[in-house]
Design a protein around this ligand. Structure first.
Ligand SMILES: [Mg+2]
Length: 331
């Protein structure tokens, strides 16, 4: 894995939570206090400039994959037409004044039950293998890693990839790119709560922004609260080291948070199809760039991403020098 994250973390659980058998709430609190204590120590005796992690954050449906992930296997398996399903979801959500994401998660299993098809967690993970990815997505992570390794003159710059999706954690786990992410934040089911699987975590459009702040503040353990104040200087990944990739209106809150805080946003459109949504986002100042969702080396998307990466690398060098000068004045 060239130029990838070297911490060896994978999946949606941060390393510090992975070996913890405590229930999430207790684990969260315990590790929260430990993190606070160690953070204080790190800030006091920090010998090197440590804001050198670049975070690339992706939406999934329409951004890395052409269609919503449920359309590749779940809906065909229960014999439901995709267009009809989303239409019904929107209709029910409107009529009931329900959250559209909770509605889709509920309807999905209601349809499976009506069809007499049992789909458990393992089945959902298997469905991930059927999900189609845009050209070049598989190679993208290594290509970007090599580019950063080549261009970063400052030692120790690492790239992390994150996913924030309203789709289903279980399906994402089954895709061949799951291991490439430092962390995946997505909606998820409880499989033993009731007769029908019950939404455990629902990531709405605006809810996505919470996870941007989790990445920014380094509070990725979902058992820890994100609302505590943290001065900018203590946040491990400044927004200026982050790029958000999305495909449309559902990404607007995330794009707005990124740009307002000094970060970057790129919108993609299906190759060879309408770019109207992207043009509108661009004109509205929501994004820095847009391009076809072609992730291959040399594509417009690749080149524009690399431009922003170059800017970040320069910015990291400037801030590191500033940090050294400031530190020299103190000693
Ligand atoms: Mg999307």
């Amino acid at each position: 894995m060239t130029g990838g994250d070297t911490t060896g973390r994978r999946g949606r659980r941060p390393a510090k939570a992975a070996n913890d058998d405590l229930p999430m709430m207790r684990a969260g609190k315990a590790s929260g206090n430990a993190a606070k204590a160690s953070k204080g120590k790190a800030a006091a005796g920090r010998a090197t400039f440590d804001k050198k992690v670049i975070a690339l954050v992706y939406d999934f449906d329409g951004t890395l994959s052409p269609r919503p992930m449920q359309e590749y296997a779940f809906l065909p398996q229960v014999g439901v037409d995709a267009a009809q399903f989303w239409k019904e979801t929107n209709k029910v959500a409107r009529e009931q004044e329900a959250d559209p994401l909770i509605t889709y998660m509920h309807l999905l299993y209601k349809k499976a039950k009506e069809a007499g098809v049992r789909i458990d967690r393992d089945d959902l993970v298997k469905q991930g293998r059927a999900v189609e990815l845009f050209p070049g997505v598989i190679e993208w992570f290594d290509e970007i890693g090599s580019y950063v390794a080549l261009r970063s003159e400052s030692q120790g710059v690492t790239v992390r990839h994150y996913m924030i999706s309203s789709g289903l954690t279980e399906i994402i786990e089954g895709t061949p790119i799951y291991d490439r992410f430092h962390n995946v934040f997505a909606s998820e089911y409880w499989f033993d709560a009731y007769d029908l699987p019950y939404p455990k975590r629902v990531i709405t459009d605006t809810g996505k922004t919470q996870y941007l702040f989790r990445i920014n503040k380094g509070v990725e353990d979902l058992g820890e609260t994100i609302n505590q104040h943290m001065p900018e200087a203590e946040r491990p990944i400044p927004f200026s080291n982050m790029i958000y990739f999305g495909d449309g209106d559902t990404d607007v809150p995330s794009m707005a948070v990124m740009r307002k805080n000094g970060g970057f946003a790129i919108a993609v459109h299906p190759p060879g199809k309408s770019k109207e949504k992207c043009v509108n986002l661009f004109k509205a100042g929501r994004i820095d760039f847009f391009a076809a969702a072609d992730y291959r080396r040399g594509s417009d998307l690749f080149k524009r991403t690399c431009l922003l990466v170059d800017r970040m690398l320069a910015d990291i060098r400037v801030r590191e020098e500033f940090w050294k000068v400031e530190r020299g004045l103190k000693s």
